[in-house]
Design a binder for this molecule. Structure first.
Ligand code: FES
Ligand SMILES: [Fe+2]
Length: 351
């Protein structure tokens, strides 16, 4: 069984394919995830689906066909497929007496869920699905709630480079220098000391009190506690709880191809009075993410695989992420369960 295709895009995980609100009832949308061309859509009952974008007959992309709310129809010879399960239900050119059962043919189906405002698709490692699918990643405390802010940027880099920004404490002081975030932070680096523990396919920065710094966090009240979980396949969930409010920031990478990656950034919060600030907050988020995109583009420009040095505690989180990835790939090749190779550790750096 292979857990990757081509350059190490990790199969066997859920990935965000798009925003829920961008997929209306009766609509379909072509997407590319890990090089697989898919057609996602939403039935009139609200259920989302994801099928291979290739018609099993002669390979016509289904995106050129139509969806009447019940069936998907290929534009080439008119084969019809149930949007419930992808099974072919009608082949118009077959004579009435022809014994061929259309149900022998089907669109390849991918598990698809609408969770917390995002449409997630499971990309299996092999041709068949595992007996039990993993849970769709969720931010804590926002069941059934869509993000207040959601933005996606397409990075011209592989998924690893796109995910580095999730766990690289040495870069914000030099890259995220927006006056809205941290003013001239590169000039006054503060010592940090954080405790980490292994967590599922990744690691967690244990809950700790926020010490000054970033202004948006002050909206949560006093005694603001933060914990951050980072893991495969390029997922970061920051959970911020204050005396008055809480918020979560979900950042997730979706490899599109070997050299293109969508980075999804969603912010959830419990502060209704913040609603008028949404456009500004969305602009801030895009500004922030575009700074990472700029770095990824500059990095990817020189070499497909830039040289890597991991120097001291500031670089350990990225090294962990790469180690987790190696272990995941080894577990797939050896057909055995993934074993998290990390242990508890305290890291110190200046940022
Ligand atoms: S290619 Fe789709 S019906 Fe022929
Ligand atoms: Fe960043």
């Amino acid at each position: 069984m292979s857990g990757t295709n081509q350059s190490g895009m990790l199969r066997g995980f859920w990935y965000i394919a798009g925003l829920s609100r961008a997929l209306a009832k009766g609509a379909t949308k072509p997407v590319t995830l890990l090089g697989d061309e898919l057609l996602i859509g939403r039935r009139p009952d609200g259920q989302v689906f994801a099928y291979s974008d290739r018609c099993p007959h002669r390979g016509m992309p289904m995106r050129h066909g139509s969806f009447d709310g019940t069936n998907l129809q290929c534009c080439y010879h008119g084969w019809q497929f149930s949007a419930e399960n992808g099974v072919c239900i009608h082949i118009p050119a077959l004579a009435d007496a022809d014994p061929t059962q259309p149900g022998r043919f089907r669109l390849r189906s991918y598990p698809c869920r609408d969770v917390q405002g995002n449409v997630w698709v499971y990309i299996p490692a092999g041709r068949t699905l595992p007996n039990t699918l993993p849970d769709v990643p969720q931010v804590p405390g926002f069941d059934g709630i869509a993000p207040q802010i959601a933005t996606t940027m397409r990075f011209p880099s592989n998924a690893d480079i796109a995910a580095y920004g999730f766990c690289d404490p040495a870069h914000p002081a030099f890259v995220h220098t927006s006056r809205w975030w941290k003013s001239k932070a590169g000039l006054k680096l503060r010592p940090k000391k954080k405790a980490f523990e292994p967590a599922h396919h990744g690691f967690r920065m244990k809950s700790h009190q926020l010490s000054g710094g970033a202004r948006p966090y002050r909206l949560m009240g006093t005694d603001v506690q933060v914990d951050v979980t980072i893991g495969l396949p390029g997922l970061r969930i920051e959970h911020i709880r204050g005396s008055r409010h809480s918020a979560c920031v979900l950042a997730a990478v979706t490899p599109v191809t070997e050299t293109t990656t969508d980075v999804h950034y969603c912010v959830y919060w419990t502060m209704p009075w913040l609603a008028p600030l949404r456009p500004f907050a969305a602009w801030m988020a895009r500004d922030f993410l575009s700074q990472d995109l700029d770095m990824a583009a500059k990095l990817a420009h020189g070499a497909a695989t830039p040289p890597m040095l991991f120097v001291g505690d500031p670089d350990i989180q990225i090294a962990w992420l790469m180690r987790l990835k190696r272990e995941y790939l080894a577990s797939q090749v050896e057909d055995r369960p993934f074993v998290n190779p990390l242990t508890e550790q305290v890291l110190e750096w200046k940022s």
